[in-house]
Write a protein that binds this ligand. Structure first.
Ligand code: SF4
Ligand code: SF4
Length: 93
């Protein structure tokens, strides 16, 4: 069975943090970035933002908060990123 793999393209990340807000709201009902399964790390030196995802968070949080519904299994962090910095490879499990 294929596994879902997040692909991060940090060059496309604009540091807007919509993904953090969407994730924490979905999984906890609060917009608290500390509760998000995705974190945006800012490198002042490089002038770049780096999204980092806990690779088990979909199963642990997102998938439990919103159990599989037909055709709606794509994690919120992917759908809320307007810049294509987070994409999926493989099957959403
Ligand atoms: S990954 Fe996308 S939604 Fe998250 S901070 Fe970067 S540009 Fe914004
Ligand atoms: S898969 Fe779900 S729990 Fe994990 S970072 Fe994305 S929105 Fe958050």
């Amino acid at each position: 069975m294929n596994k879902m793999v997040f692909k991060i393209n940090e060059q496309k990340c604009r540091g807007c943090r919509r993904c953090e807000a969407a994730c924490s709201w979905t999984t906890s009902g609060m917009t608290n970035p500390r509760l998000a399964g995705i974190k945006i790390f800012k490198s002042e030196e490089e002038g770049r933002d780096y999204p980092v995802i806990n690779q088990t968070c979909y199963q642990d949080f997102c998938g439990k908060a919103h159990p599989k519904e037909k055709g709606n299994n794509v994690p919120l962090c992917v759908t809320t990123c307007l810049f294509g910095a987070i994409t999926l490879e493989g099957e959403v499990i």
